[in-house]
Write a protein that binds this ligand. Structure first.
Ligand code: URP
Ligand code: ZN
Ligand code: ZN
Length: 482
């Protein structure tokens, strides 16, 4: 007897599209086939499309921003919201600030996540203080303990690493088989431009975009790639916003370098025009890198469709519009505003409706970039990221024809706005199952705080070095082959 049988749905994976029943026992898929009979519970999925649960591999949850502000969502509201949008796994950050012990940071994030998480989760690290004991002891120990990916920043006063530090952390990652995610913007250029803009009285949200043009992202992307090439370390450039950065990534990929990229809905659906609204309204769309001009959006779609970007994440970084320490900071000037937009709940519906529905990507590409690829890149597969015997029963049942007008009041986060207000979408995740348990149904949350399980992650082949050093010098073992 099965615990659950999901009957008659159309299953979409990164490779296949077919009709079958899915049988679940103990939270895992134990059979996929025709006419599997009934389970203790049976879901009639006729007319539904079934995709693997979404994996959102970039979110900031109960994290303090680089300017010292807490995100509006805690672990409960963030994961409740994610579940209602078809996401069953989040991989947010355990963020080290200067002076912190990384191990203590990880323990702290676990303590906050464990009682509140409604869906499954793992953690990336943020390494902002690569002092000797962190590189020699804490980071390698954590990589081996199930945290094999970490993010570094090339900008933000509180977080940025210099090029030498970047090489140091790449070298540790290479030795341990870990994966490095890079926030690529040129810090000094941004700081210089911002200072000149403010001195000239340009304080409005639109100048956030002017202070962070595509050129600063392009340069930092190229630099992150070049440093990675020297050390032979695979990296992923996060939240790539613009055609110019994608050109650098495509260039590197064509040279055979293991360079991966992530983009986000804000670069597909928001633009510089949204930053340039009356008063401080534009602050609702302020994130870094900023949304580019509208003409840039097709280039981001093309990067996804062509496989230059392997992942679409939300980069959920929620700060309320009405909070004095949130987006209201724009009343002072754009530099004071916490960077980030919410997106956990709408990531999949936006991409499904505007991507699959409008023929920009197919259903397999949709599944790949929202679930299968993050699972593979970050060491969550084969448990997560596909619909297969042995995998966790993380399933999303879609009504592909449901018409929804986005309103913030229908979402389940702790925010007071969505940047996507009023968008008309076709297709909606009408039921989300995490390990065979329904956590969201008919646009309502039906899950439970504390149900979410932490997943230790293993190393992935995609992070394995290529074994080529352009200088002939292997900085890891000191050998030289000239
Ligand atoms: O604006 C953004 N993206 N805020 C979140 C922090 C980050 O850099 O990802
Ligand atoms: Zn970032
Ligand atoms: Zn982020």
């Amino acid at each position: 007897m099965y615990d659950l049988v999901v009957k008659g749905g159309r299953i979409a994976t990164a490779a296949d599209l077919y009709e079958a029943d899915i049988a679940v026992r103990g939270g895992r898929i134990v059979a996929i086939g025709e006419d599997l009979g009934r389970g203790e519970r049976t879901i009639d999925a006729r007319g539904r499309l079934i995709t693997p649960g979404g994996i959102d591999a970039h979110a900031h949850i109960e994290q303090i921003s680089s300017t010292g502000v807490w995100t509006a969502d805690d672990w409960f509201t963030a994961t409740r919201s994610a579940a209602c949008g078809g996401t069953t796994v989040v991989v947010p950050f355990a963020a080290q600030h200067k002076g912190d012990s990384l191990t203590a940071v990880v323990a702290d994030y676990h303590a906050r996540a464990t009682p509140k998480a409604c869906i499954d989760y793992a953690f990336h690290l943020i390494v902002s203080d690569p002092r000797p004991e962190i590189l020699a002891d804490e980071l390698p120990q954590l990589i081996r303990a199930g945290y094999p990916s970490f993010k570094i920043y090339l900008t933000y006063d509180a977080l940025k690493l210099n090029d030498r530090e970047v090489l140091d952390v790449y070298a540790v990652a290479r030795r341990e088989g870990a994966f490095v995610m890079v926030h690529a913007e040129n810090h000094d250029a941004i700081a210089w431009l911002a200072q000149k803009l403010l001195a000239a009285g340009h304080k409005a949200p639109k100048f956030h975009g002017v202070s962070r043009p595509q050129a600063v992202e392009r340069e930092a992307t190229h630099r992150a790639i070049t440093l990675a090439e020297l050390v032979d370390q695979p990296i992923l450039i996060v939240h790539v916003s613009g055609a110019e950065a994608f050109e650098q990534i495509r260039w590197a990929q064509q040279r055979g370098l293991k360079i991966y990229a992530e983009t986000c809905p804000q670069y597909l659906f928001l633009s510089a025009e949204d930053l340039d609204q009356p008063g401080i309204e534009g602050a609702k769309c302020m994130c870094s890198p900023p949304p580019r001009e509208k003409a840039n959006q097709p280039a981001v779609w093309r990067a996804i469709a062509a496989g230059v970007a392997q992942i679409v994440s939300s980069d959920h970084a929620p700060y309320r519009f009405g909070d004095a320490d949130g987006k209201q900071k724009a009343l002072q000037d754009f530099k004071k505003v916490p960077n980030g937009v919410p997106g956990l709940e709408l990531r999949l519906p936006l991409l499904f409706s505007e991507g699959v529905g409008k023929g920009r990507i197919d259903i397999h590409q949709f599944v790949a970039v929202t679930s299968t690829n993050p699972a593979r890149l970050y060491g969550l597969s084969p448990k997560k990221g596909s619909i297969a015997v042995g995998a966790d029963a993380d399933l999303v049942l879609w009504d592909p024809n449901k018409q929804v007008t986005v309103r913030h009041e229908m979402l389940h986060d702790a925010m007071d706005y969505t940047p996507y207000e009023g968008m008309e979408l076709t297709g909606w995740p009408v039921e989300t199952l995490c390990r065979g348990v329904t956590v969201a149904k008919d646009m309502e949350f039906v899950g439970e705080a504390g149900f979410g399980q932490f997943h230790k992650r293993g190393l992935t082949d995609l992070a394995r070095p290529a074994g080529r050093f352009p200088t002939g010098f292997n900085p890891q073992d000191g050998s030289y082959r000239g």
